[in-house]
Structure formats: C-alpha cells, structure tokens
Design a binder for this molecule. Structure first.
Ligand code: DOR
Length: 417
C-alpha cells in the first residue's frame, strides 16, 4: 500500500528531521513533491527509524519448535521493528560444526522473514569441554557464544579467544559461574529474602566478566558480554574499557525498567540473569548514558505455557521481548526524559550492527508514537506468551517494517489511516 505521512519524524544520519515521507512498494522517499496516488496521513506522531538489530534472541529451531520457530520468531521480530536478529546456539543439535550449522541455516533460508544471522557455539554441544569447529563456522556466523551456559574453564575460554582473534570474530559470553549458583533462580536480594526464594548472587555474573576481560586483554580478542544485569558488572566493564580492552556489552529492556521489588509469584518474571535491585537498574542506566553499555538486546527466550506456568521456583528461565522492546523503552526511558531518543535508536541499530558486522539491509520501521495501548500477549506473533510487561500501558505501535525492500509487517491500524 502507498501512504504519505505528512511532516513525519525521520531518523537520518544520527539525527531526527521532519519531512513528508512516502512509503510505497517497500520503499521510503522523503520530501516528495509530485507523489503517486496515495493515502495521506498526519505524520506528527509518526517516526521512521532504521530497522533494529537484536544480537540476542532464541528462535528454538532446530530442536524445540514447540516453543518457537524461525518463522514465528522472525515474524515477531518484524512486528517489533527489527530487520536483523541473531539467534543463539542453545539448540538441538547445537550448531558447533558445519554440518549442524547448515541444519539451522537451511531453516533460516526457508522460513525467516527478516535477516537472521546465527551464532556458532564456542564449545562442542555447549558443554565447555572441547572447542567447537570455529574455523568452519566463521564465514557464516555473527559471533561465537555458548549462551545459556557460562564457559567455566578459563583455559578453554582463552583457547577460544585466541582462535576467534585469528578468525577476526567476536566472542559473546554468557557470564555465569556455576560454583556460585547454589540452586538460586531469582536475584539474591530483598524479594528473595522476604519470600523465601533461593537467590542468584551478582558475583556469579561479574566474576566471570572480570576473568574474561583479563583473557581478552591477553589474547587481543574482541569480546562482548551478553545480558549484563548488575551494577558490579557495569563497573568491571567500565574499568576494562578504560584499560583499552576490546570489550562491549548489552543489557535488556527488563533490566532497565524493572527491579526486584516489582517481582510477582509468576514465571513471567523469571529469566537468567535475574531482574536485580533498583541500584543495579540505576547503574545500568548510568552505563548506557556514559557509553559503558553499548547496546540493548532483548534475550527473547520463549517457552511453552506449561514451562512458564510453574511459578517463580519451578518455571524455566526466559521471557519474550521482541514485540515489546521498543514501546517499553520509549515509554519508560525516552518519554520520561531519562534517555535522549537518538541514543535509544543508536542502541537498537548502529551500535549492534557495527560491533557484530551486520550490514544494514536497507530496512526501516514505522512507529506511531501517539498510539498507546496495553501489552496483551494474546496479540503476539511469537509462540511465547510470558512477559513481565503484560498489562503495562505503553506508547509506540509498530505500523510497518520493511526489510530488503519487502514489507514484512503491516499493522491493521495502517489500513484504517
Ligand atoms: O533466561 C534465559 N533464557 N537465560 C538464558 O541464559 C537462556 C535463555 C533460554 O534459552 O531460555
């Protein structure tokens, strides 16, 4: 459908400009004098952004298609404004050599509606015991990760970093020291104490980050920390950056918007790492503002209703995030004046793309910032339903996403304009 947005807010070369914007046949043109017949809409609340890139999602195929598929996960991403996503390798089989990686790539080729660039595992089967075939996978993957599990052995991590360095690839680490977990499953803080839950201490996260920052320094490897959730982790990364270590990190919307006083006895509040304290949340925001935190990823991790229906103690870890990330962040951080809008856009677009070598695919996404609504998981395209943002009022509805010239998402609201 052709539509002309009058006086829309368009993100161009790092800044917003006001312009008439014609979206026609999957293409965007600005300030068009003579336009073909098109519906004309008031663009004052419309913003047009480059397609987002999410370097941390779980698409569950091959192996766990009862939780999510590459088709449903990539459709959910398109509906969230994303045009590139990078799925983690905790699959069955784990992509740890060319043969297993090809199995995943064939499904991507067949079913993905946007650009999907997989991770390869760091170790065979993500077991931490033997190095995966990094050489063979390097040309096809965005980076190497054992996400879902921490690489426990420093020696194994150093070997992987040396290899990744030679291959010019990034190591993206899930940092978790198993020896400190002691059966914990939510943050070791006030809520856990008050409600008799076993806590996960922050050191299980920042300890391995500190170890890996040293190993990255030693090996010269480009190193990225997945889903940073604690204040100490931010500080460790800040100091490593100051020493000149080639280190970056991501955090996720739930760590930036929620704290453990908001937990409920419901599996939709359970993920790993856990939602931590208000001081941790503030430290993450400070980290974003001073450039210590480089990007925001969702850690979209769908599970079945049954797997998420066993309360805080019994549910599996992981929540969905692709369809709520932008509206939640825009509403809670930009509209409240905590974060400049341009900064949020960079955290979702340029920063991840540059670090992970993800070329733009010419995609863009159109949001109506004036549209407010209540997050309703029944409307999701992902097969996962568990989100701590259920019932939350947000601003910003994704009207359309275009990837490589193809309209991959179009909201029914657009028809009504
Ligand atoms: O909450 C999580 N879910 N954290 C992880 O590290 C893994 C992920 C998953 O695969 O479900």
């Amino acid at each position: 459908m052709d539509i002309l947005f009058k006086n829309a807010q368009v993100f161009r070369n790092g800044v917003f400009v006001r312009s008439d914007a014609l979206v026609s046949g999957g293409r965007l043109s600005l300030s068009c004098g003579e336009v073909p017949p098109a519906s004309v809409a008031d663009g004052r609340d419309i913003c047009i952004l480059p397609g987002f890139a999410d370097v941390h999602v779980h698409l569950r195929e091959p192996g766990f298609s009862y939780k999510e598929t590459i088709r449903t996960g990539s459709m959910a991403a398109a509906r969230g404004g994303y045009t590139t996503i990078c799925p983690m390798p905790n699959l069955d089989p784990v992509p740890d050599d060319l043969d297993t990686l090809r199995q995943e790539m064939e499904i991507i080729e067949r079913d993905a509606v946007i650009r999907v660039v997989p991770y390869g595992a760091i170790t065979k089967g993500e077991k931490g015991e033997a190095l995966a075939d990094l050489d063979a996978m390097a040309p096809y993957v965005c980076a190497f990760s054992d996400d879902g599990r921490g690489v426990q052995s420093a020696e194994m991590m150093l070997t992987a970093m040396r290899k990744a360095k030679r291959l010019g690839k990034l190591i993206a680490a899930h940092c978790e020291d198993n020896s400190l977990l002691r059966g914990g499953y939510i943050h070791d803080g006030e809520y856990a104490r008050a409600h008799g839950h076993r806590g996960i201490c922050s050191e299980s996260e920042w300890g391995p980050i500190e170890r890996d920052a040293r190993l990255a320094e030693k090996s010269g490897c480009a190193y990225h920390v997945c889903h940073v959730s604690s204040a100490e982790s931010v500080e460790v990364i800040r100091r490593a950056k100051a020493r000149g270590v080639d280190i970056t990190c991501e955090t996720a919307p739930h760590y930036l918007v929620l704290n453990d006083s908001m937990l409920q006895e419901d599996g939709r509040f359970k993920m790993n790492p856990p939602i931590r304290s208000e001081a941790d949340r503030q430290a993450l925001i400070a980290g974003i503002l001073d450039g210590t935190v480089d990007m925001i990823a969702t850690d979209h991790a769908p599970h079945s209703a049954e797997e998420k229906g066993r309360g805080l103690a019994g549910s599996l870890m992981g929540i969905v995030g692709l369809e709520t990330a932008f509206p939640v962040l825009y509403t809670e951080l930009v509209k409240t004046g905590v974060l400049p809008f341009e900064a949020l856009v960079r955290l979702l677009t340029d920063n991840p793309r540059r670090r992970f070598g993800l070329d733009g695919e010419g995609g863009f996404t159109v949001f109506d910032l004036g549209a407010d609504y209540t997050v309703d998981p029944a409307e999701f395209l992902t097969m996962g339903r568990a989100t701590p943002f259920e019932g939350r009022r947000v601003f910003g509805r994704c009207l359309m996403t275009v990837c490589a010239g193809r309209v991959v998402w179009q909201d029914r609201l657009l028809e009504a304009l």
